[in-house]
Design a protein around this ligand. Structure first.
Ligand code: NDP
Length: 244
């Protein structure tokens, strides 16, 4: 249980982030979430957090902006008095031929998927005490790239392996853990289970199925709780066996 803990989930307005915010609240945490543009969705998630009897807050914070996530971290600690759990989830899915990639797209993707994660962790570590948890959502595509068109996405997500291991070493002596959860195909707006290439994705899995967002939230909740006490610097691939 996460009673009296305070969590921040980036990109908590939809999909995996929303499911994670609601799950952490059900486990007893007060939860702040950030979003890019979907204010209504974010407020719906906050209402769900409050229905669990916990405090919730939605903060607009574009992870591509250098100062936004650090400010959201500081506001979380200032509003709720502490920060115990950071879930770096906000993400995008750049897809297309290698030749069409632009410098702007490369910079924006790396800013959201890597720089914002590092800056959020840096800011969070200033507030966390022993027992703090930093959990980042990567992708199983960091381990295996099954088709063309995702070089940038895969590169941005594989950077999180070293980032997470580095954080584990930097923060371990303070009793703070850092771990990476790498989902495979997960039914969200980003990758609907009834989308154009969903059957192809399903065919790659051992279990023949998509994850639900709640499947990923369950792994995050485990790592955030007492069960994650001695796990740090590790990656958990949750992909219905796609990379098996
Ligand atoms: P969704 O597109 O369903 O939701 C994305 C969330 O991230 C939204 O809350 C969105 O906010 C937020 N977000 C996007 N860009 C920014 C930004 N610049 N600043 C702040 N918030 C932002 O995606 P998923 O839930 O599917 O993905 C969540 C994470 O899981 C991502 O990191 C993704 O790469 C990863 N993942 C997803 C997989 C899948 O199959 N779905 C597989 C593997 C990894 P808003 O609502 O305001 O747009």
């Amino acid at each position: 249980m996460l009673a009296d803990k305070v969590a921040l989930v980036t990109g908590g307005s939809r999909g995996i982030g929303a499911a994670t915010a609601l799950r952490l609240a059900r486990e007893g945490a007060d939860v702040v979430l950030t979003y890019a543009t979907a204010k209504d969705h974010a407020e719906d998630v906050v209402a769900g957090i409050r229905r669990s009897g916990r405090r919730g807050l939605a903060i607009p914070a574009d992870s591509a902006a250098p100062d936004a996530v650090g400010a959201a971290v500081d506001r979380t600690a200032a509003t709720f008095g502490r920060l115990d759990i950071l879930v770096n989830n906000a993400g995008i899915y750049p897809f297309g031929p290698l030749d069409a990639l632009t410098v702007e797209e490369i910079d924006r993707t790396l800013a959201i998927h890597v720089r914002a994660v590092l800056l959020a962790a840096q800011a969070a570590a200033r507030h966390m005490t022993a027992g703090g948890r930093i959990i980042t959502i990567g992708s199983n595509l960091a381990e295996r790239v099954p088709h063309a068109g995702i070089t940038l996405y895969a590169a941005s997500k594989s950077a999180l392996t070293g980032l997470t291991k580095g954080l584990a070493r930097d923060l371990g002596e303070r009793g703070i853990t850092a771990n990476l959860v790498q989902p495979g195909s997960t039914d969200t707006d980003m990758n609907p289970a009834n989308g154009e290439d969903a059957d192809q994705q399903r065919a790659l899995t051992a279990l023949g199925r998509f994850n639900s967002a709640e499947d990923i939230a369950a792994v995050v909740a485990h790592l955030a709780g007492e069960g994650g006490r001695t796990t740090s610097g590790s990656s958990f691939t949750v992909d219905a066996g796609a990379n098996a």
